[in-house]
Design a protein. Structure first.
Length: 206
């Protein structure tokens, strides 16, 4: 990871202080009647680009490996509920090969990243002008199923100025953020081999 300046470090502290909730119950789900984008990954269409050795569809799910990141421009929204099932299938080391959800994505130099490991740990980062800032340090939780081959259901609730992360129905955290002016898109990355399935992006509802 690149060295951060003292200004960036101060930004990280202020960002960490903006978190307003920790692990707790959550009941919201993506609204199937207000869908912006839904993908059962039955085929690899233009919305995910062209298949390759690092990103492809198999058995109705999107598979990504070897650190590759892929976004879908059909998921553009300034506020939305995002739901997806993720399974980390392979990892050289379970504490070093996470899977992640990119959101409020403008480009690969400017986006937010929720990253989790098969250890049950997760972090939240903001990448700005190519420089990552850790908004939430590595935290382990029983809300995330541990071990390779375990499927976790994640939901990210994107409002104009804050985001809420939910894992398997349990709220992990809520924090303030700065999405792109015209909204951002959703993407995925895997540092081992991970499966992404049942993606739904719906209008935000209470």
């Amino acid at each position: 990871m690149r060295l951060r300046s003292s200004v960036a470090a101060a930004t990280m502290v202020l960002a960490a202080l903006s978190f307003v909730a920790t692990t707790g119950p959550a009941h919201a789900e993506c609204d199937p009647d207000e869908v912006i984008f839904e993908d059962d990954f039955e085929f690899h269409d233009i919305s995910w680009g062209q298949p390759s050795e690092t990103v492809y569809v198999k058995d109705g799910a999107l598979l990504i490996k070897d650190g590759w990141g892929q976004v879908n421009f059909q998921t553009m929204a300034d506020e939305a509920d995002v739901c997806v099932d993720i399974t980390i299938l392979e990892a050289a080391k379970i504490d070093e090969n996470p899977a992640s959800i990119a959101f409020w994505w403008k480009d690969w130099d400017n986006y937010y990243d929720f990253k989790y490991w098969a250890t049950g740990g997760y972090v939240i980062e903001r990448i700005r002008n190519g420089r990552p800032t850790r908004l939430l340090e590595y935290t382990e939780t029983d809300a995330i199923k541990k071990g390779l081959g375990q499927t976790n259901s994640f939901q990210i609730r994107l409002r104009p100025k804050d985001a809420t992360i939910i894992a398997n129905g349990t709220q992990l955290t809520r924090f303030k953020g700065q999405p792109p002016q015209d909204g951002g898109v959703i993407g995925f990355r895997s540092y081992g081999l991970s499966k992404f399935d049942n993606l739904v992006v719906s209008e935000l509802f209470e």
